[in-house]
Design a protein around this ligand. Sequence first.
Ligand SMILES: Cc1cc2nc3c(=O)[nH]c(=O)nc-3n(C[C@H](O)[C@H](O)[C@H](O)COP(=O)(O)O)c2cc1C
Length: 328
Amino acid sequence: MDKDATWFEGLGDLGFGFVEVGTITARPQQGNPRPRVWRLSEDQALLNSMGFPNPGADATAARLRDRRGRTIIGANLGKSMTVSIDDAGRDYAESVGKVAPLSDYVVLNVSSPNTPGLRTMQGVERLGGLIANVRQELARIGCQVPLLIKIAPDLSDEELDAIADLALALELDGIVAVNTTVERTGLASGDAAILARAGGISGPPLRARAIYVLERLRARVGDALVLVSVGGITTPDDAWQRVLAGATLVQAYTGLVYGGPSWPRHINRGLSKRVREAGFKSLHDAIGAGVKCASIPQAPSAPTRSGEESSARPRHGRLPVGRASAAR
Ligand SMILES: Cc1cc2nc3c(=O)[nH]c(=O)nc-3n(C[C@H](O)[C@H](O)[C@H](O)COP(=O)(O)O)c2cc1C
């Protein structure tokens, strides 16, 4: 996780196969007042209400222009707080124009709970409009870069299916699932004053829901899209489970916060071991190997602590498919 594009090379050195910078907005912004991140230690979780503090697209572009290492970078882009939802398309497009040519892939983040109204952009009409705006800008500047969207865990089945269908129809490259949840159920941490705060919860309480969303997307799109699974990955087995369930890539944030700097290598080593033990030649070969059929999974009633096939070919572009893990 590199919110202001200042330590992506360091994160790559820690063992992450790719790093997403952001969320970046067209204008620099401070984010919400502090405090805005709380540890829910009993759950190994976090609650955050950051609100996209970032240096803006121009400063981010300057930092990416200076990049020397080989870390694969995704630009995660969002709406500036002061811009209305109706003008969001132009706002995202402005960031895209500045940052996309310097990035290996672009994620349109329409799922943070900390920017008022942002998640309404997950409705197919608004989402279609946003993607059209962004594609227009990419065509104008002659930039071809894989384009993904990042979605919330709190969508209904119908909304999830509609987004999956739209992503296929518009030939998006992939979906990043999921962002933090606004749910407050299934938590051991009992500090009512903290839990009453606005914001999103990440870490193990999100695990079951993240798996459900991944399985539902996979059942709907097969291997036609890159599916980046994120939410509650804290152990090598968590990451392995996602790969078997069809995750092309996995990401984490809270796992790194609690696990510390050796955490990415621990996950990578564990994944390599599981690939060998299961008899696969590479991690890539294991993607989706646990998917038994294309049936739609049953929804868990709420996040807990416990942790139609498409014939289209995957279009992975410059995404690091088959690499182990990423920081978000
Ligand atoms: C402190 C904090 C800040 C975050 N900021 C962003 C952000 O700017 N953009 C974004 O798309 N997701 C953001 N996220 C969400 C994570 O990228 C991830 O989707 C979510 O935390 C679930 O993964 P995890 O359980 O591994 O943390 C943030 C999460 C945390 C904890």
